[in-house]
Design a protein around this ligand. Structure first.
Ligand SMILES: *Cc1c(COP(=O)(O)O)cnc(C)c1O
Length: 360
């Protein structure tokens, strides 16, 4: 790869995140079973859908949206018994993460996050020139806190973790918060609705805790791009300062209104998460029958190691059959594929294809 002389030296070095592929154009026309980006197989809450059918939404588009997203923030705050000034919203949690890295982690010490985790963290470190250190996971992919007892710019981890699906108990999160009282500890809860207990209830006691959430996974709104952070008001104020130096109108007017209804519809969320959890447990049992090694997961995906065939070969064979799963060419997990939990029908097709590939 040669340098582009018009690009800054940093840009010439920058490596970008590679998301799970999104079939477009011709390929999208043939039915694809998409189990590679942890999207929700179910369309979003009917209350969210009703907003999009309302003509007043179109009329409102000539105006700039509310830069504070007040109604949305109030709705999120009410749901978690917090105040509006404890809520920050952004264009997907990826944007909230970007502002968090800039706001809290640009310091001389390294940022700490697990050896295997969300692929975006090292990329933001590179973008913002933040050094990082990644303590090793145990053999079973759980987090060993011993590696986190050292001077740091802060700590960030996904809980449950991705792509391992492992959950770290709240008392361990408390230990992390107490290890780093002068640094921000971010818990990225993209998958918390699929099991595990949220760290949100620790917010009143820990001024250094920031919890980040997204509507992309459990709310079935990945295309809307809405994420949020929860924490004490002084952290939110820091994020607001960064945001207002970058783009004061990140959350568009459509997203604000749709997200407000989605968040208010707690019943939809609970019903559909329960469905996905039930499907996940069934898929895990059936994969075990096919002699896959399964990592127990509290998310909407499972990490599974196929018997006899390599994970990459399985990924490619499934792809041939228009079934997309995620394969990471990365130490420790390159024997596994990550499979998003789809509908029961989709998962039956997937399981049948696995059986075919393994016996053929
Ligand atoms: C999917 C995911 C995100 C990104 O979510 P968006 O809100 O769609 O940007 C953040 N963190 C983790 C751990 C994720 O898996």
């Amino acid at each position: 790869m040669s340098n582009n002389p018009f690009w800054s030296p940093e840009l010439n070095q920058l490596k970008a995140y590679v998301p799970g592929e999104q079939p477009i154009g011709k390929e999208a026309a043939s039915p694809v079973i998409k189990l590679n980006a942890n999207e929700n197989p179910y369309p979003p809450s009917p209350r969210a859908r009703a907003v999009l059918a309302d003509k007043s939404l179109i009329d409102s588009l000539r105006l700039y949206p509310d830069p504070q997203a007040s109604t949305l923030c109030k709705t999120i705050a009410n749901r978690y018994q917090l105040k509006s000034e404890q809520v920050f919203v952004g264009n997907g949690s990826d944007e909230v993460l970007a502002h968090s890295f800039y706001s809290f982690f640009k310091r001389p010490e390294p940022l700490l996050f697990p050896e295997i985790g969300y692929g975006f963290y090292p990329i933001y470190c590179q973008l913002y020139q933040i050094s990082h250190h990644s303590p090793a996971l145990r053999e079973d992919f759980t987090i060993d806190l011993a590696g986190y007892a050292r001077p740091a710019a802060g700590v960030i981890l996904a809980n449950p973790n991705a792509p391992t699906g492992k959950y770290l108990a709240l008392e361990k999160i408390v230990q992390l918060l107490q290890m780093h009282p002068d640094r921000v500890v971010i818990i990225d809860e993209a998958y918390i609705d699929f099991g595990g207990e949220s760290a949100i209830r620790l917010i009143p006691d820990y001024p250094n805790l920031l919890v980040i959430r997204t509507l992309s996974k459990s709310s079935g709104l990945a295309g809307l791009r809405l994420g949020y952070a929860l924490g004490q008001a002084h952290l939110i104020e820091g994020l607001e300062r960064t945001k207002n130096a970058f783009n004061p109108f990140p959350v568009d007017g459509i997203a604000q209104r749709v997200a407000t209804e989605a968040i208010a519809d707690q019943a939809w969320l609970e019903t559909h998460c329960a469905k996905i959890i039930a499907t996940r447990e069934r898929v895990c049992r059936q994969l075990a029958t096919l002699r896959f090694t399964i990592e127990p997961s509290l998310t909407n995906f499972v990490l599974a190691k196929p018997p006899e065939i390599s994970a990459q070969a399985l990924y490619l064979a499934l792809r041939q059959r228009n079934i997309l799963v995620r394969y990471f060419q990365q130490p420790r997990i390159d024997d596994y594929v990550r499979i998003t939990i789809g509908t029961d029908t989709e998962m039956d097709d997937f399981l049948r294809a696995c059986k075919d590939i393994l016996t053929g």
